[in-house]
Design a protein around this ligand. Structure first.
Ligand code: NAD
Length: 356
């Protein structure tokens, strides 16, 4: 306890996991996916305003911990995120995250939030925004390979934004597919569990690969990809962690978020440094072509970029007012005299010994 009460400016709204879930129920998950998608599209359209850098990654044998910063000059944001494919075997999430928005003028944080759930929403919204521009217009069926934590979010975003109504499901662990089928029951999609990835891609116009394995895996091989398909490859997002046989990339037109990061982390890490790619923001702005023919194979080599988290954080900040779904955190020291930080510490009332 202290005898100074922090000013309103120094209190930081914090959205816990519980409050994030309440917010999703209040807004409705489908509306929230559409809302986040709109913010992502808006920020892709003002691409040049953003500070951009490949994310800062700390690799270990087990996984990776990453920081993803960006700023549009007025607002700054970052996300802390991990990727540990071995975690689920220990009852832990592969991906967890939290993030922050700050005011560039004062440098003061204006929002701190859980981002494990929010990352699943923003990754799904990004996939669907991209698919809206690249997938065949008549796409109704998606193969979903990898039925883990991200998968239902991916499916719902593709339903809401691209009109996907049928899912063909495959996971090396049938329990993951069973979980997905339970969760999406009654949400307006026809679900077909499949025994192999080959079976799952039959008749699909979109193939999403969203697996977690710390190796250069071959989740999809070249024979499985027919003309006209859109591939939404989002599970390969780290050096040495990819999902596609490289031959697919040679036949496809490859679309990416931010090339300097994707060349390190995406499927194209297995290709020469000058391998041609198209940046999605240019397609979204109409400056580059997306899909140009019925037979073209389009491939979104999605690794997740900081601006997408920034968009999701902005969306959450804009929804919070009047909901009460946050706590005010006493996160910033705020002495009455800004230079008297030490005096503020001296004047603080010490807690009773032994008091919790
Ligand atoms: P998860 O561990 O919950 O699920 C992964 C699923 O993939 C598991 O059910 C596993 O059994 C399955 N799997 C593993 N190898 C497979 C294979 N060869 N064929 C079929 N299924 C296989 O993980 P998650 O949170 O759903 O994340 C999935 C992947 O997406 C991770 O690699 C993660 O790093 C990545 N990811 C990417 C982004 C992005 O923006 N691109 C965002 C979030 C997560």
């Amino acid at each position: 306890m202290t005898n100074t009460s922090p000013s309103e400016l120094a209190m930081v709204p914090f959205v816990s996991v519980d409050n994030m879930m309440q917010l999703i129920h209040r807004i409705g998950i489908e509306d929230m996916l559409s809302g986040i998608a709109a913010y992502i599209e808006e920020d892709f359209k003002r691409w040049e305003l953003f500070d951009k850098t490949p994310r800062v990654a700390a690799h270990s044998k087990e996984g990776v911990i990453e920081l993803m910063p960006t700023s549009d000059g007025t607002t700054y944001g970052f996300k802390y995120v991990n990727g540990h494919p071995k975690n689920t075997k220990e009852g832990l999430q592969t991906v967890t995250a939290f993030g922050l928005l700050a005011d560039v003028y004062t440098g003061y944080p204006v929002l701190l939030t859980e981002m494990t759930v929010l990352t699943a929403l923003r990754t799904a919204a990004t996939s669907a925004v991209v698919a809206k521009h690249l997938a065949p217009a008549n796409a109704r069926t998606m193969a979903m390979i990898g039925n883990g934590a991200q998968s239902e979010f991916q499916a719902l975003a593709m339903k809401v934004i691209c009109g996907i109504d049928t899912l063909r499901l495959y996971d090396t662990d049938p329990a993951a597919t069973a979980k997905l089928m339970r969760n999406l029951q009654g949400l307006g999609m026809t679900l077909h569990p499949c025994k192999t990835a080959e079976e799952a891609v039959q008749g699909a116009q979109i193939i999403t690969t969203c697996t977690a394995d710390k190796q250069n895996a071959t989740v999809l091989n070249d024979n499985m990809v027919g003309a006209g398909i859109h591939i939404n490859a989002i599970g390969g997002d780290c050096p040495g962690k990819t999902e596609l046989q490289a031959d697919i990339l040679k036949r496809a037109d490859v679309f990416v978020e931010y090339p300097p990061q994707t060349r390190i982390e995406g499927e194209i890490q297995n290709m020469p440094e000058d391998f041609p790619v198209t940046e999605m923001w240019k397609v979204i702005r109409g400056e580059e072509k997306g899909r140009t023919s019925d037979r073209q194979i389009t491939l979104f080599d999605g690794v997740g970029f900081a601006t997408e988290d920034f968009s999701a954080l902005r969306y959450i900040r804009d929804q919070l007012e009047g909901t009460g779904l946050f706590q005010q955190l006493d996160l910033l020291a705020d002495p009455d005299d800004p230079r008297d930080l030490f005096g503020m510490v001296l004047r603080a009332t010490p807690a009773q010994k032994g008091a919790a």
